[in-house]
Each structure stands twice: as C-alpha cells, then as structure tokens.
Design a protein around this ligand. Structure first.
Ligand code: TPP
Ligand code: MG
Length: 158
C-alpha cells in the first residue's frame, strides 16, 4: 500500500520538502496506518501542500488554522490518526495562538512543522524563526528581532 500520489510536486528542485514527503509516506506505510483511519490537516504555504502529493484523506484550509481543525476532527472522531502539518510561518506566526493552546490542551494529534525559517510560498519574507540579521525580501537591512525558540516555548507549556 503506497501513500504516494503520482503527481509532480510544485516545489523547487532541491527543496527539503521532497525527502520529508518520501519519509512521511514510508513511515505511514511501515506503521500500517489504515488510509480510511487517517487524515492530514494543513494550512497554507509550501509545506502545507504536502497532502496534495500523498494518497490520503486531507483538509487543506486557511493559513494558520490547521490546528483548530485538526483538534476538532480528533475530538469527534477519536479513532482517527490525525496529523497537522505546515510551515514555520503558518504554525508559529499566523497560527501561533493555536500552537500555544494546543500544547496546553494536549490533544492526541501529531504536529509536523517544516521550519525553513522563512515565508517560502510568498517569496521569502522573514518568519518568526528567521535569524536576527538575515536579509529577506521584506527586511532589506536584515531582521531586527531575535527569533522565536519553538522548542523552548513548547517545554514551558509542558
Ligand atoms: C491570513 C493570511 N495571511 C497571510 C497569507 C499569505 N501567506 C500565504 S502562505 C504564507 C507564508 C507561508 O510560510 P510558511 O508557513 O513558513 O510555509 P513555507 O511556504 O515556508 O513552507 C503567507 C504569509 C494568507 N494566505 N493568509
Ligand atoms: Mg516557512
């Protein structure tokens, strides 16, 4: 049973999303997750395109809003395996509020975040995890703030 959909991903050559796709598909297969008992929820961004390239059930909704949808699906269908997947901008920026309260509520949902430290889809603006001093398409002199440390934040919510 393959989890790969036979389509050409619209990611740039060399993008780290390619190996993440292959690993995710082989892990789901190895774990023997039933397709009918699995759903992925994503927001918007290059990372959030992931389910377009997999043979799975999915809901691809609004930027920053994958987590509330994923938690709601799990709440009413506890037998489903639910993965929420998106980028750093989506999860830590627009969806940052859901990230914090999601950890506090501790739903049995797996959250996968592609932290490329940039808003990729919209052409390279600084995201919450862009390094201080990095020049971007919107911070021409370099980012002036320290980046968010998502793991430290997650640990404080534990
Ligand atoms: C509410 C809202 N704000 C902004 C956008 C524009 N937008 C779409 S994708 C994106 C950035 C995505 O960056 P990230 O989540 O890091 O994903 P990546 O493309 O880097 O994988 C932005 C700002 C939007 N669609 N909706
Ligand atoms: Mg990103």
């Amino acid at each position: 049973m393959s989890y790969l959909r036979e389509v050409e991903p619209a990611w740039c050559p060399g993008c780290g999303n390619f190996p993440l796709r292959m690993n995710l598909a082989s892990t789901l297969e190895e774990m023997g997750v039933e397709k009918s008992h699995f759903i992925m929820v994503t927001g918007i961004g290059q990372a959030a395109k992931m389910p377009h390239y997999l043979d799975i059930n999915f809901f691809n909704g609004l930027h920053g809003r994958s987590l509330p949808v994923a938690f709601a699906i799990k709440a009413v269908n506890p037998e489903l395996t639910v993965i929420a997947e998106s980028g750093d901008g989506d999860m830590y920026g627009e969806g940052g509020n859901h990230f914090i309260h999601g950890i506090r509520r501790n739903f049995d949902v797996t959250v996968l975040i592609h932290d490329n430290q940039i808003y990729g889809l919209t052409k390279g603006q600084g995201s919450p995890t862009t390094r201080k001093g990095q020049k971007t398409s919107s911070q021409l002199q370099g980012v002036i703030n320290e980046p968010l440390n998502p793991l430290a934040l997650a640990i404080t919510m534990d």
